[in-house]
Design a protein around this ligand. Structure first.
Ligand SMILES: C[C@H](c1ccccc1)n1cc(-c2ncnc(N)c2C#N)cn1
Length: 288
């Protein structure tokens, strides 16, 4: 695949856990984001990949970009560089932005790093919350809980809104917050109409150097950048109420087959296929 990319002038620029970023010398204002079939859990990239995951999450990002009435980084126009057919269904051709070093996290429910911080401080990112909340509880209203983008391989660090002002300046910090909360409201409402809870998500924004417009970047509202729960399971309140729509099968299998030391075991074919089916199901339910 990399030969086909190189033959078309694409040069590898950056590797994430599950995605790659490419540049093109003849098209400096464009970049290519390619999603792999790799899946990560417990901070490990697991083997084997999940067939179709990259394409399914790319399709979900594209669909959300269409649903959201905000400027986004998807490239359009005539003189676009060719993308190899081998990766086309899991690739996004995007405009190069001046990226802001803030992970714009919005939480409608208390979970993950928010739950950890809440237990210690009864707040998240400096936002005080009611006492007595449990892991997975719905918050009185969605909260904006930014994080500082840590270097590759390190955990992002939850920061206060005031710290984000120091990082990007007051006007951009306020615009990031307002845009993130507005998009989350729209997306969580649409997901709810499909019986899916959008518990939390992470947006990334940049400023378009050609126009100065704040622009939604990266992947958007995928199950890699968001927590999606099944609304019926959540309402039932059972042990699966916080089951990640796509990764719970993997997490449950690892919990019973790995002691969390060393590298995780290879996933058996049945777990791989059931997980692939869940990715397909999530896309089908959200985009129905
Ligand atoms: C974190 C993320 C990433 C993606 C894919 C693989 C590894 C990392 N990333 C996105 C940019 C980026 N830079 C300039 N303009 C853009 N439109 C984008 C985007 N999207 C830089 N890094």
């Amino acid at each position: 695949m990399t030969d086909a990319l190189a033959e078309l002038g694409w040069q590898h620029a950056y590797s994430g856990k599950v995605r790659e970023l490419y540049e093109h010398a003849a098209h400096p204002a464009l970049m290519l984001v390619i999603a792999s079939d790799r899946v990560s859990a417990f901070d490990h990239v697991l083997e084997p990949g999940i067939p179709g995951k990259g394409a399914l999450l790319t399709e979900l990002s594209r669909w959300w970009f269409e649903q959201l009435d905000v400027p986004n980084h998807l490239a359009a126009g005539d003189d676009l560089p060719e993308v190899p057919t081998e990766v086309a269904d899991r690739a996004m051709l995007v405009r190069r932005l001046d990226m802001h070093p803030v992970e714009c996290v919005v939480r409608g429910y208390l979970s993950g790093s928010g739950w950890v911080e809440y237990q210690a401080t009864q707040s998240v990112c400096g936002i005080p919350l009611p006492a007595g909340l449990r892991d997975g509880d719905r918050l009185p209203e969605p909260i904006y809980t930014p994080a500082w983008k840590a270097p590759m391989g390190e955990h992002d660090e939850n920061i206060t809104f005031e710290r984000s002002v120091e990082l990007v300046g007051a006007p951009v910090a306020a615009a990031l917050r307002d845009a993130s909360l507005a998009i989350f409201a729209r997306a969580s409402s649409l997901a709810a109409s499909r019986g899916v809870i959008l518990a939390d998500t992470k947006f990334e924004f940049g400023t378009d150097p050609a126009t100065g417009v704040l622009t939604l970047a990266d992947e958007v509202l995928t199950s890699d950048s968001s927590r999606y729960w099944d609304a019926e399971l959540y309402a039932a309140g059972g042990p699966d109420r916080l089951a990640s729509f796509d990764k719970q099968i993997v997490r449950n299998w690892l919990a019973s087959n790995w002691d969390r030391t060393g590298t995780p075991p290879t996933l058996p074919p049945e777990i791989v296929e059931r997980t692939a089916a869940r990715y397909r199901e999530l896309l089908a339910r959200l985009t129905a």
